[in-house]
Design a protein around this ligand. Structure first.
Ligand code: AMP
Ligand code: MG
Length: 517
């Protein structure tokens, strides 16, 4: 059914200890561990695109032995199960060993096109890295991870993917807001897919422990397996590799900022070495444009991971990775150069992305003022980000009227107060577009190609969760379907582009989330 070639296991040292008990693991990159079977697995939904990439058709997806593997109840031929060892900086502090505490890898599948794709089941039971936690995941956060990974992929944002969402038939106890109200919730297992799940924290932990020989092996392995284009005469070239990580991370941050995605927990253990969005926890989508917004209640007081700080935090995380690699570098200066490269790539890609969002042919120096003024106006007037950019494509630049974006306001008082300022901004913007001289239709098409009509708004995900918890998975299918074509207007799907309703403004799951999942 699937072909495996498990290089991570073959080429990197494993933990000789076979006990599935929490412990510190030294001198190894992974520990063998069997998933813990669940009572009554059922396939709630799968991604047909992801399945197709793996060469799994409808019939294969219906096979009981595949369901067993996706639930953690058995392995397919060629699969080997293991958890990897990593550390991380959480909220700015080094915390030592973390590791795959509730994610279990099933091996490296080789796709029809010959691509290597690691399969990882999340919520499949404890591992040596679970510390005091249970290794399980609740349905609500699994739905959020499943839908958002696929939505991000279709938006063109680099991301880990999701193959399947399996209900376990078991409950998991969670105290959602850590306030002494534990509840038994339905459990689930998501099977995630990515060329590699390696994180910055994998390298950081080895460096922090002074395990330099193993660090060197992991670096060489990662370059050889995941960055073969970075080999020079067959030899790994560390400075080029780190430069590439900086480049990819810069691109990722631009994507998040352009679509209004807030990750919520940008700890270094949640940073992918491939520059993918990884670990969908208390993430959120910006509704009203608020640079200081964070969906994560744990981060509400410091706002370290709020919307606007993401690019700076990614840079900080790259610096931590640079610290870890410094001991291996013949020329440590190269690391600083690469971090500067991050700044340049971020700045230029940001301009490119926002030029496209605004329908500009290219970015000119003084466009920064135009954009900054817009951001400030959007913030003050609490305009919906997605709705605003999408509507802007309909502006008549010969006769710019704020009417086209009226639907983006949340508050009537702010609409009245800021419509004048907005009208003045639109006049400036229209003048800029006239100067560009691009035909209106062409401009609108360009804008619609990068300003999504549909994103996984927090309240939509929550509605799908509420229904699924009552046994109705229909909205998961509907969202998955709509979010396949986020840049296209889809007839009859207006409900999926509606901005946040009032009831959702302060509701748990819609505007506030916790790490408890
Ligand atoms: P996260 O905040 O999800 O990125 O997780 C941080 C660390 O905690 C990682 O090492 C996870 O594997 C671990 N972790 C989170 N939730 C659980 C859980 N329910 N059981 C075991 N480990 C967990
Ligand atoms: Mg994590």
């Amino acid at each position: 059914m699937l072909t495996f070639d498990n290089r991570f296991l073959r080429e990197l040292p494993g933990d000789p200890d076979l006990r599935n008990e929490p412990r510190q693991v030294f001198g190894a990159c992974w520990s063998p561990v069997a998933p813990t079977p669940v009572a009554a697995p059922s396939l709630l939904v799968y991604s047909r695109e992801m399945a197709a990439e793996l060469g799994l058709n409808e019939e294969a997806m219906a096979a009981p032995e595949l369901l067993a593997a996706l639930a953690g109840n058995g392995l397919l031929p060629g699969m080997v199960s293991y958890a990897t060892c990593y550390g991380g900086h959480q909220f700015g502090q080094w915390v030592g060993q973390l590791g795959d505490g509730r994610a279990i890898l099933l091996g490296e599948a080789i796709s029809r096109q010959g691509q290597r794709l690691e399969l990882q089941i999340k919520g499949a039971g404890p591992t040596p890295y679970s510390r005091r936690a249970d290794g399980r995941a609740v349905l609500r956060s699994s739905i959020r991870e499943f839908l958002c990974s696929e939505a991000m992929h279709h938006l063109g944002v680099p991301t880990t993917r999701a193959l399947s969402l399996v209900g376990t038939g078991e409950t998991v106890v969670r105290d959602m807001f850590y306030d002494g109200h534990p509840v038994a919730e339905p459990g689930a297992v998501v099977c995630r897919v990515a060329p590699s799940f390696t994180r910055f924290g994998h390298f950081e932990l080895l460096a922090a422990r002074g395990e330099y020989a193993l660090l060197r092996r992991l670096v060489d392995f990662t370059i050889a397996r995941d960055f073969p284009e970075m080999l020079v005469d067959g030899q790994p070239e560390l400075s080029r590799w780190f430069l590439e990580i900086c480049r990819r991370t810069a691109h990722l941050m631009v994507h998040w900022m352009r679509v209004g995605f807030v990750h919520g927990v940008m700890n270094t253990d949640n940073m992918s070495i491939l520059g993918l969005t990884i670990d969908y926890g208390p993430y959120g989508w910006v509704d009203n444009f608020d640079p200081g917004w964070t969906p994560n209640t744990t981060d509400a007081s410091s706002r370290r991971y709020c919307f606007a700080r993401q690019p700076a935090i990614a840079r900080w995380n790259l610096e931590r990775l640079a610290d870890a690699l410094a001991g291996l570098m013949p020329d440590p200066e190269a690391l600083a150069v690469a971090i500067e490269h991050y700044d340049h790539v971020y700045a230029s890609e940001f301009c490119r992305a926002f030029a496209a969002k605004l329908g500009l042919r290219d970015w000119r120096h003084d466009d920064s003022d135009l954009l900054e003024d817009l951001f400030e106006l959007m913030r003050l007037s609490e305009i919906d980000m997605t709705e605003f950019f999408r509507s802007l494509a309909r502006l008549d630049i010969e006769n710019p009227s704020p009417d086209v974006v009226q639907g983006a306001f949340y508050r009537e008082d702010l609409r009245r107060r800021f419509t004048g300022d907005l009208a003045r901004w639109l006049i400036r913007y229209a003048a800029r577009l006239r100067h560009d001289g691009q035909p209106a239709e062409q401009r609108a098409a360009q804008m619609n190609d990068c300003n999504p009509r549909y994103v996984l708004r927090n309240y939509l995900a929550q509605q799908a969760i509420d229904l699924a918890e009552r046994g109705d998975a229909q909205m998961i299918y509907d969202l998955l379907d709509v979010l396949r074509r986020p840049y296209e207007e889809q007839a009859g799907r207006q409900a999926f582009s509606a901005k946040r309703p009032d009831w959702a403004r302060h509701r748990a799951g819609c505007s506030m989330l916790s790490c408890s999942s």
